[in-house]
Design a binder for this molecule. Structure first.
Ligand code: ATP
Length: 221
């Protein structure tokens, strides 16, 4: 199948579009204009039109976009019609919260296995997810064909655990630790530094009030 290379900023907005289209579809709406979509998802309509243009001409002038067509298209693009099992490493406070959350908004991702070094947590079931000892990580990841992992171990163990994940064949790591982990070029890392995000928010509020440069011009992510 031919793959369209889309800009990273566009790719980041796809789940936002997808979520809103789902709401429209469930409410029985058949079409949506880019202006309407723009107001709902807080992305300007020129950006929406440009984003959508990467996928070919999906909209019709004067009609807008067909909600079901668009939804099916995004579903395929985002692999929402396929379930991806994800592992979580480190069942501490944050790990527990994520297990409990377990991505209920989406039917396509779920944490199906967790791992922890602590003997009191290993071999238990937490929020419906089995927690395995670290010694079983490689085997379980391979047996369960998991290639995405969420990292919620302490900072000092982040790199070591990442190396183990890579050697077990993991291709994507969602890094919740505040350090930048090193991986080979074949592995992708998404960093989620909650403290940093919060500090950025506070910085913007202190310096710009609620009108940040992004809300003034939301074309760039
Ligand atoms: P947080 O709020 O960051 O989740 P916490 O204070 O609950 O942290 P941490 O000390 O950060 O706990 O550890 C998070 C979890 O990671 C704990 O359950 C701990 O047992 C586990 N852990 C620590 N080291 C490792 C490791 N090398 N491999 C796997 N799990 C680990």
């Amino acid at each position: 199948m031919a793959e369209t290379k889309i800009p990273k900023a566009t790719a980041k907005r796809l789940p936002i579009y997808y979520r809103y289209l789902n709401i429209l579809f469930n409410a029985g709406k058949q079409r949506v204009s880019s202006t309407e979509l723009s107001e709902a998802v807080q992305v300007d309509s020129a950006t929406i039109r440009r984003d959508f243009s990467y996928f070919g001409a999906l909209g019709k002038r004067g009609y807008g976009y067909d909600v079901e067509n668009l939804l099916n298209f995004f579903k395929k693009t985002l692999n929402q019609d396929r379930l991806t099992n994800v592992a979580l490493i480190g069942v501490g406070n944050l790990g527990h919260a994520l297990l409990n959350y377990n991505f209920q908004q989406t039917n396509s991702v779920r944490i199906s296995a967790a791992f922890d070094i602590n003997k009191d947590i290993a071999n238990t079931i937490q929020s419906g997810v089995p927690v395995y000892p670290m010694a079983e990580m490689k085997k379980q990841l391979q047996v369960q064909q998991i290639n995405v992992a969420i990292l919620t171990v302490p900072i000092e163990d982040a790199q070591k655990v990442t190396d183990e994940l890579v050697s077990a064949g993991v291709k994507g790591v969602m890094n919740f630790t505040p350090i930048r982990i090193s991986v080979p070029s074949t592995v992708r890392v998404q960093n989620v530094d909650l403290a940093n995000e919060l500090q950025t928010l506070i910085y913007f509020l202190d310096h710009y009030g609620s009108e940040t440069p992004e809300t003034k011009n939301s074309t760039q992510a």
